[in-house]
Write a protein that binds this ligand. Sequence first.
Ligand SMILES: Cc1ncc(COP(=O)(O)O)c(C=O)c1O
Length: 474
Amino acid sequence: MANRVSQRVAREMGGGAVKTWSEVIALGKLPGVTDLGQGWPDIPSSMVARTKASDVLLKGGVGPEVKLNQYSPIGGMPDLKEAIVDFNKKRYGRTLDPNKNVIVTSSGTEAIFASVQALCDPGDEVVIFEPFFPWYLPCIRLAGGIPKVVSLEPPQFKIDPAKLRAAFSPKTKLIIFNSPHNPTSHCATAEELELIGSLCIEFDSLALYDEVYETVVFNGGKHLRLSDVDGMADRTLTISSAGKVFNLTGWRIGWMTGPEDLISGCRAICGYTTFSAPTPLQEGIAAALREEPDTFYSNVASEFEGNFNLLAAALTKMGIEVCAADGQIGGYFLVADVSSTGKTDLEFCKWIATEKGVAAVPLTVFYAPKPEGWKCHLVRFAICKKRPTIIEACAKLTAGLTGGGSGSSVAVEAHAVAAGAGADAGAGAGAGAGVGAAVADQSQSQVATPTSPIAHNPHPSEDRPASATPSWWG
Ligand SMILES: Cc1ncc(COP(=O)(O)O)c(C=O)c1O
């Protein structure tokens, strides 16, 4: 038999997102490398969620609670669906019916797959913005959809209204939009959401709003939602991830909210794939949604904002441009334009991993296939890390540099010292203090101390074996 694997699937196996992502994971695990590649948080995860889930794991299984270690209903545990409804009401003022407007999924990733399968017929066009979360493209193609890619240009990564309008046609079934954005940190503006909404209504299209980083908006800013735009509540499926909200990316719990008919379609697909998400973990997330205080979310957001600022200053010191919208930003990532180094994104990632001991991700993987000769100079750094991880990375990146790209080097050192004092508090109650102290106390920016963690490189490149080069660099 020539094609034992279907051609449809074989086309997605030759490389693409899954392959590159496994390579990126390997890169971050090389000995001595500080992993700012994959977007997993190394800060403390929700204790409420962990306590409740372990309780259920141990106690559920016998007697009246025997069901708590068994299948949950397709679409999720009633308890978690209620908690999602309450969370939506409290944070966004939206009233939802737990049985009609909510579905629990096995991760945000499953929610993307299920929703695209549920909404798209072969030949339907799906508008996405580039750079994009790499899973969108295979999910669209596996459903037989035709991706229509709209590019967002650095350094601001804002939507160009003319380009977006040109991508819509009578065949447009769906648009996928992500805010806060992976990888660019851009957060949707009211104008952008209104523009998307008006095009969806004009072309009678649906929308998938991927807000997995909804709680990580910097500087106390507000997360704006597409479903709040006039006429869009009935056209929008919104995706959330408990992994991102509670720093539990290994739990693989997510959810979707939206109109009843679309949620029903997604429930069918999830029923045929995973059937239901792990019951004890759903109970843990339900407890976290109900019991974690607002400061849980705001502390994480301010920790990552401080990380963004520290890393931005270190990259600036290297003479590298940091790309960020001049409006609201947030999320797990920072994108830098490494053109000034004369390297492509891939070359740069290889170089900083081997020479500096820091892993990052080449932005090429966030773009649709490009013609021969196309070159990318953008690189993504994960900032969803505890402060010492970021300080270590900054120290490695700036080791041996004396000048400052924009005179920021002293500030980086002072930030690092001040932040380091509060760093071990992680995302718990004290986490904001280290960040606040680092960012707020400008007087400290005059003090460069020899004990600064920036002052020496704890992992010189000689410590890493030459064999540490992963195969995909080729
Ligand atoms: C934009 C975006 N959407 C969805 C996901 C998937 O989330 P989950 O980890 O819950 O599968 C990610 C994960 O990195 C993401 O960055």
